[in-house]
Write a protein that binds this ligand. Sequence first.
Ligand code: A2H
Length: 267
Amino acid sequence: EGAGPLEYIGIKLQLEEEIVESHTVLKSLKGKPVFLIAATLRPETIYGVTNCWIASNGIYGVYEVVYRKDDSADQSESEYFIMTPRAARNMAFQGFDGGEFGQPKEILQLKGEQLIGWSLKCPECAFEKIYILPMFNVSTQKGTGIVMSVPSDSPDDYRALLDLKEKAGLREKFHLKNEWVFPFEPVSVVDVPTFGDMSAKVACEKFHVRSQNDVEALKKAKDLVYLKGFYEGKLLKGPYAGELVQEAKAKIKSYLLSQNKAIVYCE
Ligand code: A2H
C-alpha cells in the first residue's frame, strides 16, 4: 500500500423493502433507506454489477448515519448503512455520524452469513435486483468489507461467481438458491484493446486461474487487467460510452455523488 490515504467510492446498494420488513430488528426501520456500502476503486464499472460480495464469517453492523453538512442548518433524515464496525468508526470522522462525532450509532450487529441471499437495488445496474453472496477473499480490514461484483472486469469477481456456478457443494455450504446465482451473467462495460469486453475472463484464462483460492494466478490476472483497463479501456455503457476509462471515471464519480447514489470514503 502507498503512503497517502486511499479514496474509495462507496456505492449505496439499497436493501429491498421486503427484506427490511421481514427482519425481526430491521422492521423498525420500515420506510427508511437502508444501504450496504460497497467500496470500489472502479466506480465506472457500476454498469456491470451482477451481485454483492461479503465475508461470510465477518462481523457487520447496521449504523444510523446523519450527513453532517456545514452549509445546512436542517439535519436531513437519517439513513442506515451496513458495513464493518471498523468502516463505521472511520466514516464517523468523515462527515457521517449518528450522534456524537466519531461515535457511530449501531442499531444491530450481523454476521456476514446472515446477509447472504438478501436482495438489493444497485444504481445504474442492468439487473432489477441483485443478491448478496459470499466471496472468500473479502477482507473485513479493508474498505467497508462489502464489494460490488463486476465479473466482466474484475478477475476476483469473475472467478468467485464462476465457482458458485460450477460447484454445487459451495452453493449447498452457504445455502444459496439457484436464482441468486445463475441468472447473473457478466455484462460488458469496458472494451480493452486485445482483451475485448470481458477482460477478467480473458486474464483468468491466460493465467489459468482455477478457483478463487488460486491467489497467485489471480494476482497476475488482476495486475494485468487493472493497468490495461485503466490506461487503454474504453467505456461501453452509460452517458459516457465511447470515452476512455481515464476520462469517464471522474465524471461517473461526480454523477453518482451528485445523485446521492454514492459517498466518498477514505482510509
Ligand atoms: B474493485 P484495494 Cl471492476 N476485500 O471494484 C477484498 N476486496 C475488496 C474489498 C475488501 N474488503 N473492498 C474492496 N475490494 C475490491 C470493482 C473492481 C475493482 C474492478 C476491477 C478491479 C478492482 C468491482 N469489484 O479492484 O486493495 C474492490 O474491487 C482491483 C484493485 O483496496 C475495489 O475496487 O486497493 C478494490 O478491491 C480495492 O482494492
